[in-house]
Design a protein around this ligand. Structure first.
Ligand SMILES: *Cc1c(COP(=O)(O)O)cnc(C)c1O
Length: 361
């Protein structure tokens, strides 16, 4: 038998999540954010399933190239923008929209010798309203907008955007402050507006504006601490699974795995499963992390190895070699595993390695 480790991607759930987002933001267009290989779900398959989106957002030009090569004709926005003059002909050829967030990019556009009749580049002018990562200072918005307007190579409709730093805190006033700064900075400028990431789609309707930019919510990831995506009508898209490849009994006092950190305090049955950090299961998940076998929840024991993970099946005498194990997905929200490992769900889905077989349903 080949390695039974797989990530099953539920494309119908993905499409239903997009519909749910449209329900939550009925007056906005949806840019489906599919950066980092579609949050680890597989860029091309995700993009084909999301034909109903109005645009795609990616971070890397290479991802945009993959989408075009896969026949995706829709608008694609380069969320981190271009980084060197040599990127510009590629943007033009691939018909990409780009975020413009920095003075250096304006200078590159002004120095470029591209011909507008080969296609104009659509710009999304990004303003910094409090994230302090990418974006022009709010008081530089007018000048940057005017410089973009003056460039024949830049398309007429300049979108205005900002990114929210704390939209996942539904009781924080910071999002409202960012909104107010954005409104003030853009009051005299025309063009569609975009502020909302997933958490803002769910919790801040006043940020929805012309374009929402959900990523995690599309994939059914929880984007608000302590509130599973299901609470908002969103479904898990990825289920990471494997099978039991051995079941062993251990005596009290026996240690399981590298380092001997887990010691049985009674006679135990331990199932060994074919998953490890070599597949993207987090090595930092400690003993006691949740896992589901045969539909029943139990816990991991001992250190996560590269290829193997031990789980406690003492209370599940029916468990045998070949049984299905779910690491996260439909039966076990990935957030629970992420919390145990001291990270967030996004890092886990993005971290699945090439050894894992992807399947669609
Ligand atoms: C990643 C990203 C998003 C999507 O974020 P989620 O929290 O996953 O919805 C939206 N906008 C920008 C600029 C991003 O970089």
């Amino acid at each position: 038998m080949s390695r039974p480790t797989s990530a099953c991607i539920d494309l119908d759930a993905l499409r239903r999540n997009l519909l749910r987002i449209r329900e939550l933001a009925p007056r906005s267009r949806v840019m489906a954010v599919v950066k980092a290989d579609g949050y680890g779900h597989g860029l091309e398959r995700v993009a084909h399933a999301l034909e109903g989106a109005d645009a795609f957002g990616v971070a890397a030009i290479s991802d945009a190239e993959r989408l075009r090569a896969a026949g995706i004709a829709k608008r694609i926005v380069l969320l981190s923008g271009f980084v060197e003059p040599g990127d510009l002909p590629l943007l033009q050829r691939l018909r990409l929209d780009t975020v413009v967030h920095h003075e250096s990019q304006l200078a590159m556009l002004e120095a470029a010798s591209l011909l507008p009749d080969q296609g104009r580049i659509q710009a999304w002018l990004k303003l910094n309203t409090g994230m302090n990562r990418l974006g022009f200072p709010a008081d530089a918005a007018g000048a940057a907008h005017a410089r973009l307007r003056a460039l024949p190579i830049v398309g007429d409709e300049i979108c205005l955007m900002t990114h929210l730093a704390r939209s996942d805190e539904f009781d924080s006033a910071f999002t409202l402050e960012q909104c107010a700064r954005f409104e003030l900075a853009t009051a005299a400028l025309d063009g569609p507006r975009s502020l909302a990431n997933s958490a803002a789609v769910l919790g801040w309707p006043q940020t929805h504006a012309d374009w929402v930019r959900p990523g995690g919510a599309l994939f059914g990831l929880s984007v608000v601490a302590g509130r599973p995506a299901s609470e908002f009508g969103l479904e898990a898209v990825m289920t990471l699974g494997t099978r039991v490849i051995a079941v062993n009994s251990v005596e009290p006092g026996a240690a399981v795995g590298y380092g001997g950190g887990f010691v049985a305090d009674r006679p135990m049955r331990i199932a060994i499963t074919a998953i490890g950090y070599g597949d993207g299961y987090p090595r930092l998940a400690p003993s006691g992390s949740p896992v589901v076998v045969r539909g029943v929840r139990t816990r991991t024991v001992g250190r996560v190895s590269m290829d193997l993970l031990a789980i406690d099946v003492t209370a599940l005498p029916e468990v045998q070699v070949g049984d299905r194990v779910e690491l996260w997905g439909k039966q076990l929200p990935v957030e629970e595993v992420a919390a145990a490992a001291g990270t967030i769900s996004y890092e886990l889905t993005c971290g699945i390695t090439r050894r894992v077989r992807f399947m669609e349903r």
